[in-house]
Write a protein that binds this ligand. Sequence first.
Ligand SMILES: [Mn+2]
Length: 307
Amino acid sequence: MTDLSRFQSPWNFLGLPAEATTPERARAWVLPIPYEGTTSYGAGTREGPAAIIAASRQVEWFDREFNTEPALAIGIHTLPPLGLDHRSPEAMVNAIDEAVAGILTGSPAPELLVALGGEHSISGGIARGMVRAGIRDFVTVHVDAHADLREEYEGSRYSHACAARRIAEVSPLFQIGIRNLSAGEEHFRRSTDRVHTVFAEEALADRGWLNDLAAYVRGRTVYLTVDLDGLDPSIMPAVGTPEPGGLSWADIMAVVRVVCREAASLPVCDVVELAPLPGMKGPDFLAAKLVHNIIVQALYQRPSRQH
Ligand SMILES: [Mn+2]
């Protein structure tokens, strides 16, 4: 008999055994979108999805909170990376819109689709794909250092700097961790009731905003989009635009827990803007563990409180 210990674990998210990864069985699907077309400062987000999957194969399946290996029970299917359209950011966003809608309305379809970026501009296409798939009245929870509320940037309405503005066209937004925005973005933010912002200094001051988040998502369908630069660069330096004063690991996990506890459903989320740094594995591993924890918190049956 072949000694399987000689071989590496399979190239899928978490390196799960084949029987836990079929589309028929897997409740969560991971979609790599290695798109980088409008990045304006540090580059490298095209390497993000592969780095997250590579790091995920080191993430422990055992979850102490549940005293089991939830990912094995949930099942996770890793799709091949989405084909890229480099003609224009708009063409790419349209391709993502169609791909996401196709996945969500297909058979079989995932209960949770997790997109891995790539730059944040992909999220405008994801939100539109949700609408096209017939998901109505969802709200978006948006973790980021940047408001991303520009109408256009460097000649494109589909720049990464416009991601949240495009999402706001189809969904109200709850932003967390913002600490960099332009005068025009601040004007727009104040002029609309579609955007609620928890600035980074408010998020770090106390945890009262978590009650506001809970009320915002309670009973709703939620789209969670995490730009990793929302985290503090001391734990997440592998981003194009590292802004000091961001969220901690405990903060982002609190966001995930509140959303998964209070929302009616979380059909789609994304984790974007990882630009891996050569020789530095911590940020890749953080992103992989975050995705694991989102999937587990969203889909795994909570243990009974009666012992
Ligand atoms: Mn950002």
